[in-house]
Design a protein around this ligand. Structure first.
Ligand code: XMP
Length: 514
């Protein structure tokens, strides 16, 4: 029986982070909308209530019937979760005189309380709330305070309920992981059996049972998720898995052949389809970004489907969908947003069922599973790359020549990044979430090379740091690195005479230019 922690999501931006922290404690968890607590599930060993953008007094605030789990399994309320528990039990929550935001220190805490086992005096925590608890309910006691927040943490004296107004899941709560460990492992009794190896064993067994002797089709992209998904399925059903990898001609330099070699090395049964002529033809003269995306999306689905149809006995379509793609996160209008899928729909007449073996994993777990499966680091640590490829990094119309220019510039940039060792010993490539070059082919500027005047295109370098691509900051690349890359691109890439660096964050910009 696999134990699990349920995290009820009240719409906080850090709910996913709570999930990741729990998984880092080798404990399985599920993030569910606040009103979807699973009834009668004996595998649930504890419940965490997340923060929320609401005040408990807002008419639209999310409310939950605590009796579904209180007294049955241990409960931890975080921020809004803590305020809601107080409010629902007759305590008092009021607007704070000033918003309590940022670092604070636990000036007092009950070192005998199991939630604070191992805590250092004055432990730093992170606060972020506009309301504050001014009175805790009967039957509860204060177990920690900061200089400004009297009830930084409180607990029930009668039932297994704990509540903290700070955010243990964020990095700035220095002993936050310790607190979550105290809750998940010591209080809830997690046996910490969730690991990459156990996930692979369990999943391979489940896939064998689910798929029997059926044939499965999977679309590979060269990215981490689809590659790990394919390798896992290959381990379960071997050659009954057929992978299709479509080359639309706008991949990185030599990427199609490099990735095909890697897949063959992993023993995957892969059909590589070079459909670049068709894509270039259909994109001829198209300059509008949305139009480009639509054409590529449509062509991709058609090429993929044409290949898939040839595998007449296939019963399943496998996808590398991962957990963050699926989590029903709540926005503050109260609507539940169902997240996207990443592959276009296959024709209904094929009657394929969907198989998504990575659907419970966070990105870093997918990487750990990939590593455990023996997938080379180069593939596991790859930066994300957009489905439409370099097409969304060429402003203006797309030609083979422009793709060639961009591939050459991108290759110089990314290879240099893969080789650049930072002072802490980590590769620059691994520090950056995503990097690439953009060809401003609608712009020309004057330059001079040797004695010749040039009038050519600029290339923009883009590099961002991020944790989920929803928000991103431009990466502060070392100047010596940028100097080397700029020099090499201008000297070696015919058609480029200027290099710029994009210093826009997301929002308001996006990571890709189109
Ligand atoms: P933006 O440009 O919206 O990109 O900030 C966020 C992340 O998504 C990637 N991206 C795509 N990935 N198909 C994909 O599979 C697409 O059409 C697509 N467009 C953008 C982008 O590279 C970044 O990681």
């Amino acid at each position: 029986m696999q134990q699990k922690i349920i995290i009820l999501d009240f719409g906080s931006q850090t709910t996913q982070l709570i999930g990741r922290r729990v998984r880092e404690l080798d404990t399985f968890c599920e993030i569910l909308p606040y009103n979807k607590f699973p009834q009668n599930d004996p595998t649930v060993i504890g419940v965490i209530l997340s923060g929320s953008p609401y005040s408990v007094h807002d008419p639209e605030a999310f409310k939950v019937d605590l009796s579904q789990f209180v007294g049955k399994v241990p409960v931890l309320g975080i921020c809004y979760g803590a305020q809601f528990i107080s409010y629902a039990n007759g305590g008092k929550v009021e607007k704070a005189d000033s918003r309590e935001y940022g670092r604070a220190n636990l000036t007092q805490f009950d070192s005998q309380n199991p939630l604070f086992a191992g805590f250092e005096p004055n432990s730093q925590v992170w606060m972020s709330h506009g309301d504050t608890i001014t009175a805790i309910p009967d039957g509860f006691e204060c177990i920690a305070s900061t200089a400004n927040v009297r009830y930084a943490a409180y607990a029930s004296t009668l039932q297994p309920i704990w509540a903290v107004q700070f955010h243990p899941e964020v990095f700035h709560s220095v002993q936050g992981t310790q607190l979550l460990r105290n809750f998940v492992v010591d209080i809830c009794g997690s046996k910490q059996e969730w690991s990459a190896a156990s996930f692979i064993d369990t999943t391979v067994n489940e896939l064998r049972q689910q798929l029997g002797n059926d044939r499965v089709i999977l679309g590979l992209s060269g990215g981490v998720d689809s590659s790990v998904c394919a390798t896992l399925l290959n381990k379960a059903i071997g050659n009954r898995l057929t992978c299709i990898f479509v080359d639309h001609g706008m991949l990185r330099k030599n990427e199609f052949s490099k990735v095909m070699d890697m897949y063959n090395g992993l023993g995957l049964n892969v059909i590589g389809v070079d459909a670049s002529d068709r894509f270039f033809k259909d994109l001829e003269g198209v300059t509008d970004p949305e139009q480009k995306r639509k054409i590529i999306g449509r062509d991709f689905v058609e090429v993929f489907n044409a290949e898939a149809r040839k595998i007449t006995d296939a019963k399943w379509l496998a996808q590398g969908t991962i957990y963050p793609d699926r989590i029903e996160s709540l926005n503050i209008t109260g609507k539940v947003i169902k997240s996207h899928h990443n592959v276009g729909g296959l024709p209904e007449e094929m009657h394929l069922s969907l198989c998504e073996p990575l659907k419970w994993l966070f990105k870093d777990e997918v990487r750990r599973v990939g590593h455990q499966l023996g997938i080379p680091d180069r593939l596991i640590k790859r930066h994300p790359f957009p489905g439409p490829g370099l097409a969304v990094r060429i402003l203006g119309d797309i030609t083979r020549e422009k793709v060639r220019i961009l591939q050459d510039a991108d290759d110089i940039y990314i290879s240099a990044m893969e080789q650049y060792v930072c002072p802490d010993g980590e590769l620059l490539y691994d520090k950056v979430w995503q990097a690439g070059t953009v060809l401003l082919s609608t712009v020309r500027s004057v330059g001079v090379m040797g004695d010749e005047r040039t009038y050519e295109h600029p290339v923009a370098l883009r590099a961002v740091t991020s944790t989920d691509a929803m928000t991103a900051d431009w990466a502060h690349l070392p100047y010596d690195f940028m100097a080397k890359v700029s020099n090499e691109i201008i000297n070696k890439v015919r058609g480029v005479n200027r290099v710029c660096y994009d210093i826009s964050s997301k929002p308001p910009a996006t990571i890709e230019w189109e």
